[in-house]
Structure formats: C-alpha cells, structure tokens
Design a protein around this ligand. Structure first.
Ligand code: GDP
Length: 473
C-alpha cells in the first residue's frame, strides 16, 4: 500500500527495509515511524492524516493483547431468495431473553443484538442478502465474523446459494449452514448437504469442518442448536477487541430522516463510542448528538460489536464506510475534506484500486501477487464452467488464475461488488451487464470485458500473465 501511494515498486521498499536490517514481506504492516522514514527516504513528503484512518489502509496499529476482551460475534445471513433469510432473522430476534428488562427489539436499524439464555450475545446484520455484505467488503471493511448460509431443504442449492458461498469464501469468512424449512413434507436435508459438496462446503456429518444445523424458521425449531453452533464458531475465532480506546467501526446503513436529519447505523469494531464523541464516517463528520439502539433506547455508549444509530452527522455516509472517533473538530474536518477531495478525484478517473486486466498486470509486475482473480459470467452454465476450467489450467509456478465466481446470467451489481472486493475483472461471455451494474462498475473502477469466443478469453488472460512473468534467468 505504501509503495503504491508513493508510486514506487513494492520490491524496492522491501529491499530498502532489508538493507536497514528489517526483514519484511510485501504485506507486512509497518509502524508509523518506519513508514515515515521510508517515505522520506524515497523523496516523498509525509502527510499523516490520522492514526485511526483505517479506510486509507495507512497504518492500523493493533491493540495490545492484554487490552482485548471477548466481544459478540457479528453474523450475516445469506442464501437464495425465498429460502427463508428474513424468516430466520425474525425467528432469531425472538430468541432474545433481554426483551423483558430492556424492551423488545422494536425498530429496524440494520443490525440487532440478542442475548441468549446463557448470557452470551450475538449481533445479527439484518439486511439479508449479500449486497450489504459485499458493499462493506468492497470498501475494505470486514464487519462480518460468520456467515449463516440458509438453504431451503425443499429446494436445495440454487444460484444465489452458490453466489453467497463465493462471497463468503472470498472474504475468508467461516460459514455455518442452516438447512431451513425442515418442517416441509418434501424436505430433503441430506440432499442439501450432498449438493453443497460440489461447492467445497463439506459439513461435519460428511467429515468436513463446516457446521450444519437443520432448522425451521417457521416453526422456530433448531434455533438453540443454531445459536450453539454460532457460539462454538465464535469461540474458535477467539473474537476480541479493546473497549478502552477511541471507537472505530463500520457504517451498516444510513439515511436522511425528515425529523432527525442524517442517521447512520454503525457497528463498533473496537473501542467504545460515546455520546459527545467527534466522529468521521467516510467523508462525513459530526459530533454524536444521540446514540439509539434497536430497542429505541438512548445509549450513553456503545462497546465493540454493539450496533447503534448515531445522530449528529452532517450528511449520510455510505454503508460499508469506516468510521472513527477523532480528537477534535479541526481534525475531523481535515479528514472529511481530504476524503471528499479524493472522492471527487476518483469520480474523474477510474484508476486507483480498481479491478482491470491492465492494473492486474501492473500489480503482478511488482511481484505483489501470485494469483489472478477473475469473475466469469456466461450465457449458459456449460460455458461458464468450461471457461472456469480452462482458465484455472492456465498459469505456472509463479502465477495462477483463480476464478472467484463463474455463473450463467447477465452481469449484475452483486457481481460487480464481488469483483471489486476480490480485485477481479469481470469476463462477460455472450452476456451483457445491466445498467446499474455498468454504472457501479464505472464508479468502482471494475473492468467488464465482453467476449464471444472462448479462445479470446484465454488469450487475454495468458497475455496478461506473460506480461508479468519474471524474466528467464
Ligand atoms: P427470503 O427471501 O430468503 O428472505 O425468504 P423469506 O424469509 O421471505 O421466506 C420465503 C417464504 O418461505 C415465506 O413464504 C416464508 O413463510 C417461507 N418460509 C420461511 N421459512 C420457512 C420454514 O422454516 N418452513 C416453511 N414451511 N416455510 C418457511
């Protein structure tokens, strides 16, 4: 990242650091002082925007181990349309035992937290579907710890099930399978598990390591088992955060409310957000006038994994954007201005962190990557599969093609978001992109390439690979 920003080659930065006696690899994180030294050594000027400027991918220092305490897991529910995502979220909402004392969950703010009988808490993102999940990832914000993949037992694996699997895999987020609608007479949970095998989801019953639970959202059955599975997975992940620091997190939803002005639901990732804090969220900033939870209660503060609406921002930030508390208004204004300028710049050019073959070649030349992520859409399943297989055969010891998603159908927004977050160009074979997808791709700098001959696809990828191969010694 640092090399990129200086328009230097990553290898040169690594070489320089090695000369200084620091053994670093390309993706290692540098501390602020070292980074500053490097920047000056390469003849550039340092502008420290903010220590907590996570979105810039600058220097995100880690909290010391001893400061971290266990936090609730954050869950996203994904799956094919009509397989019961909304019903399951509703059913899970009803498992909350804190309803009596604290008032039930009354309003939709994009996320809610439930407390289980044992006292454990779980945070659910309740915007079902992967659009929200991908929007966050495409902005570099990892908000989700675990994905619940809902598959209807009477319908089994469907295109959006597969899409969801690819999204979760690309994010490296563990999956728990919820086989839903098990109450139906024609339910066949076993078929679901077998079908999932083809997509490299091997559940525990088949000697794999993915947990799977049979549920009925309608009859509210299997929910205890499902929340147990979540707790187990959360324990494995050892989810922790430091609550005693300035808060940072992610914007889940936002809107401009007629009465209340800009309202953003945020999820705190670390630190504790307090009323009166000055926050920057994306390119918006403001003083937190009020914090409101999903029960409509005013909060004094929100700890890690706690979702809350904040009031007091000057405008509505985009979902998926990162927020951080800063020390004063001047700083907040500086960062917000800087980001607004960058947004305007980005609107004028589609370079930057986008996903195109050309940029990929540049990255590969800099020896920053050994994988070429690609996304394939085709007119029929057969050609999507054929292209995927041929592409994955290309490559050599140094570089391989990795198809993050291959499916039949036109290019849609979800494809573009997945492409963006994976750094993959989209290969459209005998299909077009719809208007929303084209506009999104334009904004996000994702290249959509159209083909009608399979050999042309392979040729382009081969040429890109060869362009970046290290010279023969
Ligand atoms: P979504 O599109 O994935 O959010 O699915 P919905 O939650 O809207 O559910 C789609 C349909 O399936 C609705 O008519 C639900 O009533 C029904 N449904 C959801 N869960 C179950 C279940 O466990 N059993 C049965 N029989 N029907 C269900």
């Amino acid at each position: 990242d640092l090399a990129n920003r200086m328009a230097e080659r990553a290898v040169d930065v690594v070489k320089y650091l090695m000369k200084q006696g620091q053994m670093v690899r390309v993706n290692d994180v540098l501390d602020a002082d070292t980074a500053e030294l490097v920047v000056e050594e390469f003849g550039h000027t340092v502008k420290r925007v903010s220590e907590s400027d996570v979105e810039e991918g600058f220097i995100a220092e880690d909290d010391p181990e001893e400061s971290q305490v266990t936090r609730a897991p954050v869950i996203a529910v994904m799956g094919h349309v009509d397989h019961g995502k909304t019903s399951l979220l509703d059913a899970l909402r009803a498992t909350d035992v804190a309803a009596g004392e604290a008032g039930g969950i009354t309003q939709h703010i994009g996320a809610y937290q439930v407390q289980l009988k044992g006292g454990e808490k779980i945070t659910f993102l309740d915007t079902p579907g992967h659009a929200a999940f991908s929007a966050m990832r495409s902005r570099g914000a990892e908000a989700t710890d675990i994905v619940i993949l809902v598959v209807a037992a009477d319908d089994s694996v469907k295109p959006q099930t597969i899409e969801a699997i690819h999204h979760a895999k690309a994010a490296g987020t563990p999956i728990i399978v919820a086989v839903n609608k098990c109450d139906k007479p024609d339910a066949n949970p076993q078929k679901v598990l077998t079908d999932l095998l083809q997509h490299e989801i091997v559940v525990e019953a088949m000697s794999g390591d993915v947990q799977s639970v049979n549920v009925s959202a309608k009859k509210r059955e299997g929910l205890d088992e499902l929340t147990e599975a979540i707790n187990l997975q959360a324990e494995l992940l050892d989810l922790k955060a430091n609550p005693d620091r300035a808060a940072e997190g992610v914007v889940i939803e936002s809107q401009v409310d007629k009465g209340r002005g800009p309202v953003a639901t945020v999820l705190v990732r670390r630190g504790t957000l307090k009323r009166g804090d000055i926050v920057v969220a994306g390119s918006q900033w403001g003083r937190v006038r009020a914090l409101v939870n999903e029960r409509g209660q005013q909060l004094e503060s929100a700890a890690p994994s706690v979702p809350a609406e904040i009031l007091g921002l000057a405008g509505a930030p985009e979902p998926g954007e990162v927020f951080a508390v800063v020390e004063n208004e001047a700083r907040a204004r500086e960062i917000a201005d800087y980001r607004q300028r960058k947004e305007r710049q980005a609107a004028g050019s589609v370079s930057g962190g986008g996903a195109s073959l050309e940029q990929m070649m540049a990255r590969l030349k800099q020896d920053q990557t050994q994988e070429m992520p690609l996304l394939v859409k085709a007119d029929v399943q057969g050609s999507a599969e054929a292209i995927k297989q041929s592409l994955e055969k290309l490559g050599n010891d140094e570089v391989r093609a990795r198809v993050v998603h291959a499916a039949p159908g036109g290019v849609n927004e979800s494809d573009v978001l997945l492409a963006k977050s994976s750094g993959a160009p989209v290969f459209a074979f005998n299909v077009r992109a719809n208007k929303q997808a084209r506009e999104l791709a334009e904004r996000e700098g994702v290249e959509i390439r159209y083909y009608s001959v399979i050999y042309d696809v392979l040729d382009d990828v081969k040429n890109t690979m060869e362009g970046m191969l290290a010279p023969e010694k």
